[in-house]
Design a binder for this molecule. Structure first.
Ligand SMILES: [Zn+2]
Length: 275
């Protein structure tokens, strides 16, 4: 029986490489899913223990886990941080089995992750690991201690800005304007990243003012760079919400189907994005 036929609420598993990746790319949808009563889990495949210029190791991993859990509480979702080291993730068998068991135990209807071509090796290998699991989740001889999934989940990719070999092409666009404030509060939990590390490494155009009262405005500018609908996203927004609302959406989260999962057709979109 497919997800279209069951009538139950979908279970959502977002798998990012670092504690903040899922929040940036799918935080708004997570809030909407949680409000709709869906089970949502964010997973970070690494512990984030390299993402800082003044802290490292266990001290940083502990801080980032606490930040992720705080963000999870804001969105009212689960947040799981795996203990692989930041910048050192490899798509090996040990990591594959860890993820395979995690996916089977959670029993998702939708899995979100990075696309396989990305500047950060942890993002690439997280995507690789999820793709490696896409078929094996149904193979009972592997990780036989954890029952296989009976129904293949839909898989989709987070938005990114990379153009080679192919630019991101959205298949789903979700209006997140109604929950943008809550998404900002999620991201605000990751102070080690948005207010310290990312401005220091200066790779993402985040410039945070010294005045703490102006930080959220600067963060909102960064977020809008991620969630500003392009022409393809605008067409999807108009198709799903009608011309009036679709033309007015300011912030949208977008996802591209991964062909290794179940088909992301119209019926699946209506079931998996019930808002
Ligand atoms: Zn990342």
């Amino acid at each position: 029986m497919g997800i279209e036929d069951t009538g139950r609420l979908p279970r959502i598993l977002a798998i990012g490489a670092h504690p903040d990746d899922c929040d940036i790319k799918a935080g708004g949808c997570a809030i909407l899913w949680a409000k709709a009563g869906c089970a949502v889990r964010f997973v970070s495949t690494t512990n984030g223990d390299a993402g800082h210029h003044e802290m490292s190791g266990k001290e940083l991993a502990d801080r980032r886990k606490a930040e992720a859990e705080a963000a999870g509480r804001v969105a009212e979702i689960e947040y799981q941080v795996l203990d692989n080291r930041d910048g050192q993730l490899v798509p090996g068998l040990e990591q594959r089995w860890e993820l395979l068991r995690l996916i089977r135990e959670f029993r998702p209807d939708l899995i979100l992750t990075h696309r396989p071509n990305d500047y950060h090796p942890d993002h690439r290998y997280t995507s690789q690991l999820v793709q490696d699991c896409s078929y094996l989740i149904s193979v009972p001889n592997l990780c036989a201690d954890t029952p296989c999934l009976e129904t293949a989940p839909v898989m989709a990719y987070f938005w990114d800005e990379f153009n080679k070999p192919l630019p991101f092409k959205p298949d789903v666009a979700v209006d997140i304007d109604s929950v943008l404030d809550t998404k900002m509060r999620m991201l605000n939990c990751h102070a080690s990243q948005f207010y310290e590390w990312l401005p220091w490494i200066d790779r993402h155009g985040i410039q945070i003012p010294d005045d703490p009262s102006k930080r959220l405005d600067a963060l909102a500018e960064f977020v809008h760079g991620v969630t500003r609908p392009d022409d393809d996203a605008r067409d999807l927004l108009k198709r799903y919400y009608g011309d009036g609302r679709g033309c007015g959406v300011i912030n949208a989260e977008t996802f591209e189907a991964c062909e290794y999962g179940a088909p992301l057709n119209g019926a699946a979109i209506r079931r998996l994005f019930p808002f």
